[in-house]
Design a binder for this molecule. Sequence first.
Ligand SMILES: [Zn+2]
Length: 275
Amino acid sequence: MADTGAEEHGRRSVLRAVALGGAGAAVGLAAGAAIDSAEAAPATPHSAMAVPSAGPWRPGEGHVDVTWAVNTSQKLVALTFDDGPMPNWTPMVHDILDEEKVKATFFLVGQRLVRNARLVHGRMDRHEAGNHTWAHRNLAQLDHRAALSQMRRAHAAISEITGREPRHLRPPYGNIGGTTLSAAGVLGYNLVLWSIKMLEKTYEKHPPKLVDYIVNNTAPGTILLAHDTGHQDRLVALRNLSPMIRGLRAKGFEFVTVSELIQAGAAAPGTRTAQ
Ligand SMILES: [Zn+2]
């Protein structure tokens, strides 16, 4: 009985080993099948794909940079305004920036710029214009062609109306898809996001706290996000721009455009700041 038991045990072990081998092979095949079907990507939106062509595809620069902030030891900050130009709002911002002699970067919505070109006429000289798409579309949902069209139309309008070609895209809502990168690559654009934004809803009823929040959290290389249009609560940031600018200047900060900030970071590689 003992021998039979040992034999039986041995036979079961062999059977188990065979079964495991078989299961292993089956798992391998299943994984391969899963990879094959992932290549067809039935559940993935077209906007996720960052290579728009099956054939050779190489955008001009061969790469796209994404910048939230810049590593620099210099006390530089880039103030940015999205979504304009719009009546009332944008002239108010320009008036404040002129009064404080501050540079900023405006990420313009192409169709608003075409409609409101007079608002920026003669007022962009020391500022930078960036691309915020033609119609403030959510780029995370567009295929390559549509994303490229949004960027191209805005690029043409900004170039014509401001006289300078934008080089930076700020994707609306901070949303990006693979096609945002491929379309930006075609146009030789880099992406610019932000490291601190105005918390208008949080501080709507407490303007001095918003000023403190911005002044205390800005570090060398910060990109600050504000809006020169939108819901009424955004006015709290614009009405308190002067105290923010003065507070930052008192701490030794200088206001530069996004391009200047990125240039300062590129000129001093390896420097790091606590962000
Ligand atoms: Zn926007």
